[in-house]
Write a new protein. Structure first.
Length: 247
């Protein structure tokens, strides 16, 4: 394991705490996996049709390593510098890296080079830079367009009304592969209210009639069951796997 190679001399107390922490990650992992499975079955979805993206922002390389040992391969990060550091630490691992955070222009180069997926494209300028900066020897960068479904001024994401135009602009960029949409609705505790924003976005995507848009990056720890009922193909889960984030 990563931690054994890099920290050969944990003291006894450190080792005990470390093991407790990893044991809870293992338990959480199986809990989340079975929750996804139950939600797939409950909504008549094919078992295994929903991909789990482990959101590891603020979490250590050790914790990523622990999930990797259990077979997890897709990890999501929001902060570029932190992500690049972990990618270096975990260079030998066969991880598919997803960038899911807000993107400033000065970050596009590293994102285009170091990630396989980007979920948070919400303007043409960023998409164009990602396409131009994607190295020629790599396959096209997979992108989802982030849609602001709750129309909150503070949130990133394009409005549903502006989605068709952005789709037209992005789908012709040579080094990007447009895969679908991502949404982060404002948190709701009621199941029906959790489903609403995804229903709206589903209708908008259906109207576009693009057969390559098959990815629905919907759902986090708090609403993944509702998201799966509404067709999520990727759920982005952090807290339910790793516990509360410490910033
Ligand atoms: C942090 C984050 C998540 C994970 O949220 P949890 O509630 O911890 O599961 C999912 N998606 C995005 C875009 C995030 O930034």
């Amino acid at each position: 394991m990563y931690y054994l190679k890099h920290r050969p001399c944990l003291c006894f107390f450190e080792a005990v705490v470390f093991n407790m922490r990893m044991t809870s990650i293992y338990k959480n992992y199986f809990k989340v996996r079975s929750k996804i499975r139950d939600a797939e079955l409950a909504s008549g979805r094919e078992p295994g049709s929903v991909k789990l993206l482990a959101v590891s922002k603020t979490q250590s390389a050790d914790k990523i390593s622990a999930l990797y040992q259990l077979g997890q391969r897709h990890f999501g990060e929001s902060y570029l510098q932190e992500a690049l550091k972990k990618q270096r630490q975990l260079g030998a691992y066969q991880i598919t890296w997803h960038f899911i955070g807000p993107i400033q222009s000065n970050k596009t180069k590293s994102i285009a080079v170091c990630f396989n997926w980007v979920h948070s494209v919400d303007r043409f300028k960023i998409a164009k830079r990602l396409s131009e900066q994607r190295p020629a020897h790599l396959p096209p960068l997979n992108v989802c367009l982030q849609v602001n479904v709750s129309n909150e001024a503070s949130k990133s994401g394009i409005s549903i009304a502006d989605l068709p135009e952005l789709v037209k602009q992005v789908e012709i960029l040579p080094n990007l592969q447009l895969r679908g949409v991502m949404a982060i609705p404002s948190p709701q505790s009621e199941y029906d209210l959790q489903r609403k924003p995804y229903q709206m976005l589903n209708q908008a995507v259906e109207k576009l009639g693009r057969k390559e848009m098959t990815t629905f990056s919907y759902g986090m720890s708090g609403d993944l069951v509702a998201a799966i009922a509404e067709g999520a193909t990727i759920v982005r889960v952090g807290t339910a796997l790793f516990g509360k984030r410490k910033y």
